[in-house]
Design a protein around this ligand. Structure first.
Ligand SMILES: CC(C)(COP(=O)(O)OP(=O)(O)OC[C@H]1O[C@@H](n2cnc3c(N)ncnc32)[C@H](O)[C@@H]1OP(=O)(O)O)[C@@H](O)C(=O)NCCC(=O)NCCS
Length: 183
């Protein structure tokens, strides 16, 4: 389903290209995995980004979340998702003392933009759409993790109104700032 049309500047040729923001479903799994592979191969440091398992992506694609993608001519160029953790142990509300309110916690997850389309503010654009949707669904607390070394993403979270609450080891061995915003 198309949510919005946007024009983006492509880095490779400087051209403005028409794109659509769309809600993704299970059929997009392959494209998300391909984009993720590209993102991981282009990382300056493996520590900056935690890639998701197929199972977690399927959670975002409907089972326990909602994913939006940015599409240009059938190519997925960016993707971001909401995850509804409920009472599960990964609920970041537990890390910041929201044990009594876990059902109204939503995670902002999986923010990736293809290297050719960075600099268009897509992380912020997608986050704003997702946060609005989370609010409409009755969620009250948005949480996300970001590497303290990921300055682009950290700055975007600050611009969106997130505050760093604490820093913890997540995903086994990765240092992560826990970012929070009340909605
Ligand atoms: C983080 C990310 C989503 C931001 O993409 P974006 O929304 O296009 O970034 P912005 O539009 O806010 O970019 C702001 C500036 O930083 C630059 N920039 C964006 N991502 C960059 C990166 N990974 N490395 C270096 N510079 C980057 C942009 O070109 C832009 O510069 P400009 O102002 O001179 O044009 C993207 O870099 C990405 O997909 N990174 C890999 C995955 C990741 O780290 N996700 C976040 C996990 S918390």
């Amino acid at each position: 389903m198309i949510v919005q049309k946007i024009k983006l500047k492509r880095k490779t040729d400087g051209k403005e290209v028409e794109c659509t923001v769309e809600i993704l479903d299970g059929k997009s799994l392959k494209k998300i995995v391909e984009l993720e592979k590209n993102i991981v191969e282009n990382l300056p440091s493996r520590d900056l980004f935690q890639d998701d398992t197929d199972d977690l992506i399927l959670d975002f694609l409907g089972r326990r979340g909602l994913a939006y993608g940015v599409i240009n001519e059938d190519n997925l160029i960016a993707c971001s998702a909401l995850y509804f953790p409920g009472e599960r142990e990964e609920n970041l509300g537990i890390d910041i003392g929201l044990e009594e309110d876990l059902q109204t916690v939503v995670h902002l997850e999986t923010i990736m933009v293809h290297p050719d389309y960075r600099g268009n503010g897509l992380q912020k654009i997608l986050a704003e759409i997702l946060i609005k949707e989370a609010k409409n669904r009755g969620f009250k607390h948005v949480l996300a993790t970001v590497s303290p070394k990921n300055t682009v993403s950290y700055t975007n979270f600050e611009k969106l109104g997130f505050k760093k609450i604490t820093t913890k080891i997540k995903f086994g061995d990765k240092l992560r700032d826990i970012m929070y915003m009340k909605i």
